[in-house]
Design a protein around this ligand. Structure first.
Ligand SMILES: NC(=O)c1ccc[n+]([C@@H]2O[C@H](COP(=O)([O-])OP(=O)(O)OC[C@H]3O[C@@H](n4cnc5c(N)ncnc54)[C@H](O)[C@@H]3O)[C@@H](O)[C@H]2O)c1
Ligand SMILES: O=C(O)[C@H](O)[C@@H](O)[C@H](O)[C@H](O)CO
Length: 264
């Protein structure tokens, strides 16, 4: 295979959970542009309908399925329906995620568990739901959406950091168990990206907004499209001997200690 052909994923079925907007939509768009048949999921019909129209405007046909990724029975049923109606899933992107920014000492157990359920337990549920068919068919690709918080902490995001750190280790463990079946399990660790999730801390004049621009060596927020190349790489034959890694797409944040106040 010639090198660029390695990135062609024509004929593959890709499911992007929570793929109705933001980072999920950017990744899903990249996978569809590289040839994949696109399936997206989210919690509401309204979100799916809006997203399907947005994909259609880009010339992409997206198949939408409503289910909660934390509900094992619903997720397993949906994966079987997708296999019957669209085709068995070759590429799973565990993208659906939530964050609750609450100081640890004030966080309720219910809030903690909600974050762990969506950000850590659901990727386990979804990976398990697709694995048997991938094993039977000789391989597959699983991509987990990790975070800067897979590596470092920050005030107010203890549950999110625990989940995303756990997701990095789930990635390594599933990679270990399933490499023998030609299933590659990897993660993408986005730095700080301009999406709805970061909207509350991205407003002009907000100290965190200034901090991120200063703290990121590339001196900007990421645009969702910055993830496209990494997503296609990890979904394609180009990464067939790459497993258990998290690729950080962060404008250099993790490589850098940052600057002191007077070092501008
Ligand atoms: N935005 C960033 O800067 C950033 C950085 C690093 C990692 N991430 C991660 O990337 C992923 C996508 O981020 P985003 O900013 O686009 O998020 P987002 O909140 O904009 O979108 C996530 C989607 O997941 C859906 N979802 C939530 N719970 C669900 C459930 N139980 N079942 C099905 N769908 C559910 C939501 O409805 C939403 O549409 C998340 O996992 C997030 O933690 C985001
Ligand atoms: O409050 C926060 O610090 C942010 O929301 C992060 O958690 C990012 O969304 C992202 O996951 C970083 O990689």
């Amino acid at each position: 295979m010639k090198s660029l052909e390695l990135f062609n994923i024509s004929g593959k079925v890709a499911l992007v959970t929570g793929g109705t907007h933001g980072l999920g939509m950017a990744i899903a768009t990249a996978l569809a542009e590289a040839g994949a048949t696109l399936v997206i999921n989210d919690l509401s019909k309204e979100k799916l309908d809006n997203a399907i129209a947005e994909y259609a405007a880009k010339g992409i046909e997206a198949h939408g399925y409503i289910f909660d990724v934390t509900d094992e029975a619903a997720a397993t049923t949906a994966v079987a329906r997708i296999a019957a109606e669209v085709g068995p899933i070759d590429i799973l992107v565990n993208n659906a995620g939530i964050i609750k920014r609450i100081p640890a000492a004030e966080m309720s157990l219910a809030d903690w568990q909600a974050v762990i359920n969506v950000d850590l337990t659901a990727p386990f549920i979804m990976s398990k739901a697709v694995a048997r068919s991938m094993i039977e068919r000789g391989g597959g690709k699983i991509i987990n959406m990790c975070s800067m918080m897979s590596e470092v902490g920050r005030d107010t995001v203890s549950a999110y950091a625990a989940a995303k750190g756990g997701l990095k280790m789930l990635t390594r463990n599933l990679a270990t168990e399933w490499a023998r079946y030609n299933i590659q399990v990897n993660g993408i660790g986005p730095g700080y990206f301009a999406t709805a999730q970061t909207a509350p801390i991205r407003v002009n004049g907000h100290p965190f907004n200034e901090f991120i621009i200063k703290r990121t060596p590339a001196a900007r927020w990421g645009n969702p499209e910055d993830l496209a190349g990494t997503a296609v790489f990890l979904a394609s034959h180009a990464s067939d001997f790459v497993s258990g890694h998290v690729v950080y797409v962060d404008g250099g944040i993790l490589a850098s200690l940052g600057k002191a106040m007077n070092e501008d």
